[in-house]
Write a protein that binds this ligand. Structure first.
Ligand code: GDP
Ligand code: MG
Length: 747
């Protein structure tokens, strides 16, 4: 091999899901290996490819949306770019999400590295009616652009050809600047001068880039600058401080936000020049416009929105009532049937109280969930949900949130029946960290699918006449609470200006029946699956906590004696009657036998209740009762609420178990709602207080984990648990105390 090795290093960068891995595999085939970046555990994939005798060493960077220092992936990606100095970057962008993808491109270019754009997924974009003029994009951004379909390998050789040419022509350096407005441009010029004169970090980064990073308050670069030359770093920071104050007073913004605005502005100005063509059905678009003129009208829009949401609740609660009744009757029957078949003891208790009453309580709401999901699917598939987001955006900015927050709220159950976990993940679309945090911390207040059964149980039992109205109020309370909390946070611990938002409304579509059924079923199935797996597990665990260690022997003996006393003082014929009733040979009892039965049952009930109080969970509930009493919650409700931290569905299932363990009347086939209604200590007021508490208290465990991941810190998760619980408790106490004082809803 006499010929000199012309090895070039090329980095492959792009947003997550842009097809990076697919392209990397297509380019390198089997000539690749996986390791870690030096010093960090982020995966590093590298491989080789060649074209016409030129060897390329390709390094797959972590997928990122940006090159800030907010996440480890971003830091790894840009450290590689600045330290290993690849000759060029292949920047893979998703053709149907150009605006978001080009944000990274701009940052790559600012780093001074030649970029070749692989415009990927043009096939998928085309299917969505989007075509991109690659040549135009290339000439406007002054970088090579090659259309690719990574999945089939189409365009991969052209990419290689272009990137080799680019690396040779540029010799690995590229100068690219965009304007950040008069204020910042002037400051950047000053900073650049200082940086160049002092050779400050210039061996690593382009001078202007360092200036931008100081303006963006980039902790990593500032730390490096401090190490390099403290005095220069201080000088730059004082310039930043000066301009920040100026921006704050003149534009009510700060450098980082302004820089992001200008980057998006730059991208928007390019895309506007006929780079993107959308082929929507023109008629449909016109019709949509006409509909929107009414539906999103400033006055009619909000009223219509309220009416539609109210209608959704009306539909859900009224139509689901009968099938929910069937489900409840079935689980009631099953519970009785198993009670009759299984011998008295732990196994029966586990199956009947732990599993059937626990999981059954959750599954009983399947019809309601299904109706709700069907309604939501209609709103979503028709395109109306996007209009809701559009209208609410205006309201959101008042509370320090962003238009992109709206979708996160709706996904979390803003209308009903979502889940805070995808809601938390949906905050990734928020570019401002402050707006993202405020959104993250308030989406758990929405009525997720797991809270729905609790609401349905309480509303159905205690506010039977006005179910839809009550559900509507709950929604308003959740939104009001979320918005006010967001405002509070944005005025205190996460202060900062708002960022602008533009939203494109998709055309209206008539939902297809098939689509509706698929969406409804997918969501319902998720719910059922969760009930059968996670909830089942937690139910059993909680049952065990509610059963063990159980009553001390002496107490058991005492109750046994009481029973024997009753039996001894009864007539044999009456005892015989009871026995036949148990075997199912008779079904009608004489009045005296009935009384005897009730007395025996009462003893059983007392024993069960005492045993529950003695259990692990019972002790926790009782321990909390002196506090929770202020909000109207007894120790049994406390058990359910503590269990609800594992998953919110568990509140219903635990109430089911707690009240069936302490069942006073064994013949009782009452649903949980009826049992609660009859129990002392429950009233519409307690139900309302519990509803308020449920809306606001700690997010479930999985959401807490998601918050930590998205915010990058467990600190915010801990905050969310503590803050929400305190808020919930204060509000519930307030409601309960005012209600008790005025006699409102005391029923
Ligand atoms: P990464 O996260 O950037 O590594 O993205 P992947 O390579 O894992 O690709 C994400 C998804 O997009 C996968 O399901 C790919 O099969 C798909 N994909 C990648 N390139 C294309 C393409 O050009 N067209 C289409 N239709 N799908 C693609
Ligand atoms: Mg990948």
């Amino acid at each position: 091999m006499g010929k000199p090795l012309e090895l070039k290093t090329i980095a492959l960068g792009g947003n997550p899901n842009s097809g990076k891995t697919t392209l990397f595999n297509a380019l390198t085939g089997s000539r690749q290996h996986v390791g870690n970046y030096p010093g960090v555990t982020v995966e590093k994939k590298e491989g080789y490819t060649s074209l016409d005798g030129t060897e390329l060493h390709i390094v797959d960077l972590p997928g990122t949306y940006s090159l800030t220092a907010y996440s480890q992936d971003e830091v790894v990606a840009r450290n590689f770019l600045t330290e290993s100095k690849p000759q060029a970057v292949i920047n893979i962008v998703d053709a149907s999400n150009l605006e978001r993808n080009l944000y990274l491109t701009v940052q790559l270019l600012e780093l001074g590295i030649p970029v070749c754009i692989a415009l990927n997924m043009v096939d998928a974009a085309k299917k969505r009616g989007i075509t991109i003029d690659a040549e135009k994009l290339s000439s406007l951004m002054r970088v090579p652009v090659v259309a690719t379909i990574a999945r089939t390998g189409k365009g991969k050789n052209e990419v290689i050809k272009e990137v080799i040419k680019l690396a040779e022509e540029t010799k690995g350096v590229y100068k690219f600047n965009i304007s950040y407005g008069e204020d910042l441009d002037l400051v950047l010029k000053d900073m650049e001068k200082i940086i160049i004169e002092n050779s400050f970090l210039t061996d690593l980064y382009p001078p202007r880039w360092v200036g931008i990073k100081y303006l963006e308050n980039d902790s990593q670069v500032i730390a490096k600058g401090d190490q390099c030359e403290q005095s220069i770093s201080q000088k730059l920071l004082s310039i930043v401080e000066r301009v920040s104050k100026h921006l704050e007073s003149t534009l009510n913004t700060y450098p980082e936000a302004l820089i992001a605005d200008y980057r998006y502005g730059y991208i928007a100005s390019i895309l506007k020049q006929n780079v993107i063509q959308r082929q929507y059905d023109i008629n449909r678009l016109e019709l949509s416009d006409k509909i929107d003129r009414i539906v999103t009208n400033r006055f009619v829009g909000p009223l219509l929105m309220m009416a539609i949401i109210y209608g959704l609740y009306q539909f859900t609660f009224s139509y689901s009532e009968i099938p929910v009744g069937w489900f409840e009757a079935f689980f009631g029957w099953l519970s009785d049937f198993m009670s009759g078949r299984l011998p008295d003891g732990l196994l029966r208790s586990l199956i009947v109280s732990g599993i059937i009453d626990g999981v059954g309580g959750v599954l009983g709401f399947v019809p309601l969930i299904m109706f709700m999901f069907f309604g939501i699917s209609v709103l979503e598939d028709s395109g109306y949900l996007a209009r809701v987001a559009y209208m609410l955006d205006k309201v959101f900015s008042i509370f320090g949130l962003h238009g992109n927050s709206v979708m996160a709220f709706i996904v979390s159950g803003g209308i009903a029946g979502g889940c805070a976990v995808p809601g938390v993940m949906a905050t990734r679309t928020l570019k401002s960290r402050r707006e993202k945090l405020a959104t993250l911390l308030t989406v758990p207040f929405m009525n997720c699918g797991a809270k729905l059964p609790i609401m349905a149980l309480l509303v159905g039992t205690f506010f039977g006449e006005n179910k839809a109205m009550m559900m509507f109020m709950i929604t308003l309370i959740a939104w009001g609470g979320a918005l006010l909390t967001a405002k509070l946070l944005r005025m205190t611990i996460i202060r900062g200006p708002a960022t602008p938002f533009v939203m494109e409304l998709p055309p209206y579509r008539l939902p297809t029946l098939k689509g509706l059924f698929i969406h409804t079923w997918e969501r319902t199935w998720q719910y059922i699956k969760k009930a059968g797996t996670v909830i089942l597990g937690i139910s059993i665990l909680l049952w065990a906590m509610m059963t063990f260690p159980g009553l001390p022997e002496s107490e058991k003996v005492r109750f046994e004696n009481m029973r024997q006393f009753e039996e001894k003082s009864a007539l044999p014929s009456h005892l015989q009657e009871l026995k036949s009733a148990e075997d199912g040979t008779t079904s009608v009892l004489s009045p005296t036998a009935k009384l005897l039965k009730q007395r025996l049952a009462k003893i059983d009930g007392q024993e069960a209740e005492q045993a529950l109080g003695h259990s692990v969970a019972g002790s926790i509930g009782i321990f909390l009762e002196p506090i929770s009493r202020h909000a109207g919650f007894d120790w049994r409700t406390n058990i359910a609420l503590v269990g609800g931290f594992a998953a919110k569905e568990v509140v219903v299932s635990t109430l089911g178990t707690a009240y069936s363990l302490g069942e006073v009347d064994p013949e009782n086939t009452d649903s949980l709602g009826e049992t609660l209604k009859k129990s002392a200590g429950w009233s519409p007021l307690v139900a309302l207080s519990l509803i308020i508490f449920t809306i606001f208290y700690a997010p479930c465990f999985v959401t807490v984990v998601a918050i930590a991941r998205e915010s990058g810190s467990w600190k915010w998760s801990a905050f969310s648990v503590l803050f929400n619980t305190m808020l919930a408790f204060s509000l519930a106490t307030l409601v309960y105390q005012i209600g008790s004082f005025t006699g409102f809803l005391a029923g």
